[in-house]
Write a protein that binds this ligand. Structure first.
Ligand code: DQA
Length: 141
């Protein structure tokens, strides 16, 4: 099974950025642990701060990967383009957030991608990514 994890803007700063909200761990370290824990899954990780690059990546893998776990960061709340890209591909996507976006500013309560996703996981810290992976495992071919 091939799973792509996509992180959007500012998530390259995890571990350094607003640590009271997003925690002290870098995504790179967390990703190593995830790969060890699910050693039978082939993971790829992609991060970009640029909306069009995120859309290009969805197009590139969205017809051959089994699953995508995506934290689009702030683009979640603003990007019709990312929502449309998810609608246009075949690979199922789960939207994840580290923080509980519903307990934060009102502008974070809207997602322009959620309706095109399998589901949304928010507020579980970095474990949000693992919970999304666990959802896809029973679908394994
Ligand atoms: C986030 C929540 C977004 O509102 C924010 O813009 C982020 C991170 C999260 O993982 O909690 O960059 O997606």
């Amino acid at each position: 099974m091939q799973i792509l994890i996509i992180n959007g803007p500012n998530l390259n700063l995890l571990g350094k950025r607003e640590t009271s909200i997003y925690g002290e761990d870098s995504f790179e370290d967390y990703f190593i642990g995830l790969q060890r824990e699910f050693s039978d899954i082939s993971f790829e990780y992609y991060q970009s701060n640029i909306e069009g690059e995120l859309i290009n990546k969805l197009h590139e893998v969205g017809f051959n990967y089994d699953a995508i776990v995506m934290n689009a960061g702030a683009y979640t709340h603003t990007s019709i383009g990312i929502g449309d890209a998810i609608a246009g591909i075949e690979t199922p996507v789960i939207e994840v957030h580290i923080s509980n976006v519903y307990a934060r500013e009102e502008y974070r309560h809207q997602s322009l991608m959620a309706k095109n996703c399998v589901g949304v996981i928010a507020g579980m810290g970095l474990n949000s990514y693992k919970l999304a992976v666990l959802h896809f495992i029973p679908l394994q071919k």
